[in-house]
Design a protein around this ligand. Structure first.
Ligand code: BYC
Length: 317
C-alpha cells in the first residue's frame, strides 16, 4: 500500500516538475486537494459576494447604457462563481457543502467586498482597481497546475479585462467632468486604493500557503510581487486620470523602476478578514437571506429535472 502511494506521489511530482496539468481523476496528495478547494471556493465566494457592492447601483446608474453595462458585469461575476464552484466540485466537495462553509463563516471571501459603495464613482473605482488587481492576481492562475481551475481562469480573465476597461472609462469620464465629478472620482480612489492593495494578501513573510502553493504550481508569484506589479501598472493610470494616489510616501525608485509605497495597515486587513470590516455582517446576511429565499427555486428546479429524467426513462423503456 505504502509502495503504491510512493509511486503515485512520484508520478504527481513528475507532472508538477514538468509543469504539466493535474486532472480530476489523477491521484493527488490530500493537502494539494485541500488547499485547492480552499482557494477555489474562496475565489468563487468572492465572485458571488462581489455582486453585492455593484448590485447596489443597478437601480441608480446614471444612464440606460451604464445600467446595461453594469448589469452585464454583475451577471458575469455570477458566471465566474459558477465556473469556480464547478472547478471546486471536480475535487469532490459539493457546492452545497461549500456554500454551507461560506454561510457558517468557515470559508472566507475577499476582504475587498466588505466596503460600502457610496457614490457612482465607486463603480469606476471597483472596475479600475478591484478588477485590475484581480487580473494581475488571476492571469498567472491560467497556468495553475490544476486543469479545471486553470481553464476556468482563462475565460474569467477575458471577462475581467472588459470589467477593468469599463471601470477605467467611468473614471475617465468623471475625471474629465465637472469639479464635483472630479472630486467624486478622487474620493473613490481615496477609499478604494488601500483595500485594493490588500487584495493580494499578507506580505510573503506572513503568507501561510504561499511557498507550498508556489511549489505545487498553484500560485506562480508571491503576494508581494503581484502587489508591486499592480502598483507599478496603476500609478501611471492615475496620473493619466489626473488623480492622486492617497499615499504620501509613493515615489519612483529610479534604480528598479518600481514605485515604493508607504506602510500598509495590515492590522486593518486582518480585522476585515476576521469579519470586522464595515460591511462584513451586511454582506453575509444578504447572501444567507438570498440562499434561504431561493430554496423554493432550487426545489422546483430539482423536481422539474427529476420529472424530465423520469419521462426520458419511460420513453426509452
Ligand atoms: N481577503 O497564505 P496566504 C475578484 C487569507 S474576486 C480575505 O497568503 P493564499 C473579483 C488567506 O485565505 C477576488 N482573506 O493565502 C470578483 C489565508 O487564510 P486561510 C478573490 C485573505 O491563499 C468580483 C490567509 O489570509 N480572488 O477578484 O496563498 C468582481 C493567509 O494568506 C486575503 C481570488 O480569490 C484577502 N484579500 O493567498 C471583481 C484569487 N488574502 O485560507 C473582482 C485566487 C489572504 O488559510 N486566490 N487571505 O484561512 C488567491 O490568489 C489567493 O488565495 C490569495 C491569498 C492571493 C487571495
Amino acid at each position: 500500500m505504502a509502495a503504491d502511494t510512493d509511486a503515485l506521489q512520484k508520478r504527481f511530482d513528475q507532472l508538477i516538475d514538468a509543469d504539466d496539468r493535474i486532472e480530476p481523476r489523477d491521484w493527488m496528495p490530500d493537502e494539494y486537494r485541500k488547499t485547492l478547494v480552499r482557494q477555489i471556493a474562496q475565489h468563487a465566494h468572492s465572485e458571488v459576494i462581489g455582486m453585492q457592492p455593484e448590485g447596489n447601483w443597478l437601480t441608480r446608474a446614471p444612464s440606460l447604457r451604464r445600467k446595461a453595462i453594469l448589469t452585464a458585469k454583475v451577471q458575469d461575476e455570477a458566471g465566474h462563481g459558477l465556473y469556480l464552484y464547478g472547478a471546486a466540485e471536480t475535487l469532490g466537495t459539493p457546492r452545497e457543502e461549500l456554500l454551507d462553509r461560506l454561510h457558517n463563516g468557515r470559508q472566507k471571501y475577499s476582504s475587498i467586498f466588505n466596503y460600502p459603495t457610496l457614490t457612482w464613482a465607486d463603480m469606476g473605482a471597483i472596475g479600475w482597481l478591484v478588477d485590475g488587481a484581480a487580473i494581475m492576481n488571476q492571469v498567472p492562475l491560467c497556468r495553475c497546475s490544476y486543469g479545471p481551475y486553470a481553464r476556468a481562469m482563462v475565460r474569467i480573465c477575458k471577462e475581467e479585462s472588459f470589467h477593468q476597461r469599463q471601470g477605467f472609462q467611468i473614471m475617465l469620464t468623471l475625471a474629465n467632468g465637472t469639479p464635483g465629478q472630479q472630486a467624486m472620482a478622487q474620493d473613490a480612489l481615496d477609499r478604494w486604493w488601500w483595500p485594493s492593495i490588500m487584495m493580494f494578501g499578507p506580505p510573503d513573510s506572513e503568507s501561510v500557503h504561499g511557498d507550498q502553493n508556489t511549489r505545487w504550481g498553484i500560485k506562480r508569484f508571491g503576494n508581494d510581487e503581484l502587489r508591486q506589479k499592480f502598483i507599478d501598472a496603476t500609478v501611471p493610470q492615475a496620473d493619466l486620470l489626473g488623480l492622486t494616489i492617497p499615499d504620501p510616501d509613493l515615489r519612483l525608485d529610479e534604480e528598479t523602476g518600481n514605485y515604493l509605497h508607504g506602510p500598509i495597515d495590515w492590522g486593518h486587513f486582518w480585522d476585515v478578514v476576521k469579519g470586522n470590516g464595515p460591511c462584513n455582517r451586511e454582506r453575509l446576511g444578504t447572501r444567507v437571506d438570498a440562499h434561504e429565499g431561493g430554496t423554493w427555486v432550487r426545489q422546483a428546479a430539482t423536481a422539474y429535472a427529476e420529472k424530465q429524467a423520469k419521462r426520458a426513462t419511460e420513453a426509452a423503456a
